[in-house]
Design a protein around this ligand. Structure first.
Ligand code: ATP
Ligand code: MG
Length: 446
């Protein structure tokens, strides 16, 4: 993308309405624009990041066996009356009436909708397990929408719903999602720690919230430091190997990690040596739980088991805050110049900065580099504006491009272009060929 043909409405001043760094940077980098309280338009740069996060979430959900669907945003009140949640949900639910006076709502979540679908489509234990998911906009009329996309009223969520014949099978479905979340957040460049969450009426250990640690997080968390040091890497990539999945889940859940709702100081001190106790703040980016027959019972969603009996489906649901993640990643990765995107979600992996726009040789070198990097499949931003170098650097640093190729007459005289890394600040002068090879290697296109 040539910057002169793009739409990147950056702002220099620090927006006064934004209380946390990610919100400030998203506004300054021209990623979003508020439409009304807690409701945002996604501008090109922000939308680009949102789609990259979505793509990773889609890939990892499907790798773990979840099947994509798309349910509507608008649901009927009657559907929610069947579970009793129409009245229970309260003022967070946006209630709407259609022209015929029928009561509708903008979905805050989809358990009812998916249970109705499962009831109609799943008849026998042979049809199971099934895990259906979508990435769809939700609306919750939050009391205090704030922090930009972190606590919006309209927000994008990935929600998956598993259906199984019995509790044991449901446990296996839960474990697949658990491991898939570890992998998803790792690919997003995040350290998200599963913490024990309130498990509701069913009890047990099948409810976890995934939180990233950040001072601006809304939840207080208590954990064993050793959990923050675990990494999944490419372990456990066979989701249908139940023992491996259980082993990974056990490894991540055997040390203390709880949010304030579940926290017990005495247990914390008994289980975790003082030098490993962390008390911090966290941002909830995912939430998974097993709810058994809570929805299948009222909906009469039953299937025939191997013994020929009709039994209610066992269910679980698995959410990821896709739009919240954009802010969450920035909270976890920025400096005083701006955003530092992990390569996996960077809106542009490389910025080509032309130090002397209009100089024939410099322009030609930029064009050639822009072309070659683009041909490798990289998203490249070519800053071809007639602007001073300082202004160009400020822009590409603000919007967080992981790599910056600086092309100027002085370097070109030596036959080189400077390649700088946004995170480390390290820079080296390379010939155009060496630079292209270096990035090809970096992004696995070699
Ligand atoms: P919170 O405790 O932050 O209000 P929740 O527990 O009500 O969230 P869930 O129903 O678990 O939310 O939804 C799944 C995920 O959707 C959450 O883990 C979070 O990442 C995201 N999410 C929830 N509410 C919002 C919101 N208002 N704005 C942005 N993302 C949200
Ligand atoms: Mg939650």
């Amino acid at each position: 993308m040539r910057l002169t043909r793009y739409f990147l409405p950056t702002i220099k001043e620090t927006p006064s309405e934004a209380q946390i760094v990610s919100h400030r940077l998203m506004l300054r980098a021209g990623m979003i624009r508020q439409a009304s309280a807690g409701i945002y338009s996604w501008l090109p740069l922000g939308y680009n990041v949102l789609r990259k996060i979505e793509a990773i979430v889609h890939e990892e959900q499907q790798r773990a066996g979840a099947i994509p669907v798309l349910m509507p945003t608008i649901q009927s009140a009657d559907l929610w009356r069947q579970s009793g949640r129409y009245d229970a949900y309260g003022p967070e639910m946006l209630r709407i009436e259609d022209r015929g006076g029928r009561e509708m709502l903008y979905g805050p979540t989809n358990e009812e909708q998916i249970t109705e679908i499962a009831k109609a489509g799943i008849k026998s234990y042979r049809d199971l397990p099934v895990n259906l998911y979508h990435i769809q906009w939700k609306f919750r009329d939050e009391v205090r929408p704030r922090f930009g996309v972190m606590r919006g009223r309209e927000f994008l969520m990935k929600d998956a719903y598993s259906f199984d014949i019995d509790k044991e099978a449901a446990q296996a479905s839960y474990n697949r999602m658990f491991v898939s979340y570890l992998r998803t957040f790792e690919r997003l460049g995040l350290k998200a720690i599963p913490m024990r969450a309130e498990s509701g009426p069913i009890g047990g250990d099948m409810a976890h919230e995934f939180l990233i640690l950040a001072d601006t997080g809304e939840s207080e968390v208590f954990l064993d430091r050793s959990l923050a040091e675990l990494t999944l890497g490419d372990r456990g990539s066979d989701y249908w190997d139940a023992a491996t999945m259980q082993g990974i889940k056990d490894e991540w859940t055997s040390s203390y990690a709880r949010t304030e709702d579940e926290h017990d100081q005495a247990v914390f001190e008994a289980e975790v040596p003082a030098d490993r106790r962390i008390t911090a703040r966290g941002i909830e980016v995912g939430h998974i739980f097993y709810f058994g027959t809570k929805y299948s019972e009222p909906f009469g969603a039953k299937v025939v088991n191997a013994e020929g009996q009709s039994v209610p489906l066992e269910g679980g649901s698995y959410g990821i805050g896709v739009s919240r993640l954009v802010g969450g990643i920035i909270e976890a990765s920025h400096d005083d110049k701006g955003i530092i995107w992990p390569e996996s979600v960077a809106p542009f992996e490389v910025a080509v900065v032309n130090l002397k726009q209009g100089d024939a040789e410099t322009d030609a070198a930029c064009e050639s580099l822009y072309e070659r990097l683009g041909a490798m499949g990289l998203d490249v931003l070519y800053d071809d504006r007639n602007e001073r170098a300082g202004g160009k650097f400020a822009t590409v640093d603000l919007i967080g491009c992981p790599w910056k190729a600086v092309v100027g007459p002085r370097g070109l005289k030596e036959g080189t272009i400077e390649l700088a890394n946004r995170r480390t600040g390290e820079a080296e002068n390379l010939t155009p060929d060496a630079l292209v090879n270096r990035l090809a290697e970096q992004f696995g296109h070699a």
